[in-house]
Design a binder for this molecule. Structure first.
Ligand code: TTP
Ligand code: MG
Length: 360
């Protein structure tokens, strides 16, 4: 037997499958096996707004997150279109996190439906595989939901791995097969690489993560600046960041990327409203009140600007949240095309001292 290297980390990343859609199916079992689309009302193809997510049955028709609902309606008119019910999703998310937390490893929740566990104390990847099977079975038994899990020596690779066998997947990347796993993959599989960076990399002749790992670093730095070093590290599977267990939440944020960059205020303001309502649902579910609101706008070309405002009192009033979000957004809006909008609330009222963990 090969002795265990104590510096060897084993990181598990879990991501729920078609999360909002699966939760709806759980509440309405008659929807099982059908194309289900969660998002704005498609209004027979005339609706504005975007798809939040959709079931894998709807994905077979080409429907995707962030796509205009009007387009989803064209692709799959017989789909069942449902409005998002954020309170339900936040509650279910808390249930998932509770199951994950119950194993006693450091847990870092990174979004409503994904989290990292640092399971290094298990000592080997086989034990981690067994644990992953238990977690998947428990979530399925208790919540009737499936998830996908990736296990790897670093957070970034675990996250890439959880995505490759979706839905209901389990992918283990041991150190010995790290490069075999990463090299043939398209660069788009790296979290954070969107269409723009992908195109810029293609222009340099870089298509796969292996291409990126071998490319002249000086040329990369010339093209991407400091980001190039990070890209190179990721391409080699290097990521020393720790799983940061958090006791209680510091902020709640939601963001939305548009299918195509837009400067239309008729598309942008409803997006701000949707995000504000989504944040409000999470606040209400966690019984939290905030003081600081931040709006983020990413323009075409990736220039990102944020504006914050601190209220004189703690609040979770949905109308106030919307109106301040609108005001901050209007300060940022300059007529240029926008790629992404985000809203974050922070500076929470101190919860009951007994309460050290908060549901999302
Ligand atoms: P994801 O984990 O990205 O997507 P998913 O869980 O729906 O599907 P997958 O099986 O591919 O993981 O996001 C989690 C939830 O976040 C998703 O169910 C809905 C929401 N979401 C949006 O509202 N808008 C978006 O653009 C995306 C990507 C997600
Ligand atoms: Mg998911």
């Amino acid at each position: 037997m090969v002795p265990h290297d104590p510096r060897q980390r084993i990181i598990l990343h879990l991501d729920m499958d078609s999360f909002y859609a699966s939760v709806e199916v759980r509440y309405q079992p008659g929807l099982a096996g059908k194309p289900v689309v969660i998002g704005a009302d498609p209004k027979q193809g005339k609706g504005r707004g975007v798809v939040s997510t959709c079931s894998y049955e709807a994905r077979a028709f080409g429907v995707r997150s962030a796509m205009p609902v009007s387009q989803a309606f064209v692709l799959c008119p017989h789909a069942i279109f449902l409005p998002p019910d954020f309170a339900k999703y936040t509650r279910t998310s808390a249930e998932v996190m509770e199951i994950l937390g119950s194993y006693g490893y450091p847990l870092e929740q990174v979004s409503i439906d994904e989290a990292f566990l640092d399971v290094s104390p298990l000592g080997n990847f086989e034990a981690a595989r067994t644990l992953a099977g238990e977690i998947k079975a428990t979530i399925h038994r208790q919540l009737g939901l499936t998830c996908s899990i990736g296990i790897a020596p670093s957070k970034i690779v675990a996250k890439i791995a959880s995505d490759v066998k979706k839905p209901d997947g389990l992918m283990i990347v041991e150190p010995a097969v790290l490069h075999e796993f990463l090299d043939p993959m398209t660069v788009r599989k790296i979290p954070g690489i969107g269409k723009k960076t992908e195109t810029a990399l293609f222009d340099l002749g870089i298509r796969t993560i292996g291409d990126l790992a071998r490319y002249d670093i000086q040329v990369l730095i010339g093209r991407f600046g400091r980001g190039a070093v990070l890209l190179r590290q990721v391409s080699l599977g290097i990521d020393d960041s720790e799983v940061v267990a958090r006791d209680g939440m510091k902020s709640i944020s939601r963001e939305m990327t548009f299918e195509t960059d837009t400067d239309s205020i008729d598309a942008l303001l409803p997006a701000v409203d949707t995000l504000a309502d989504d944040v409000h649902a999470a606040l209400a579910d966690g019984q939290l009140r905030f003081r600081t609101l931040t709006v983020k706008v990413r323009f075409q070309g990736f220039v990102t600007r944020t504006k914050s405002h601190s209220l004189p009192h703690y609040s979770r009033d949905p109308a106030l949240l919307r109106s301040h979000a609108h005001a901050l957004f209007r300060e940022l809006y300059n007529g240029r095309k926008i790629r992404l909008i985000g809203i974050r609330v922070s500076s929470f009222e101190k919860p009951d001292v007994q309460q050290t963990t908060l549901p999302l």
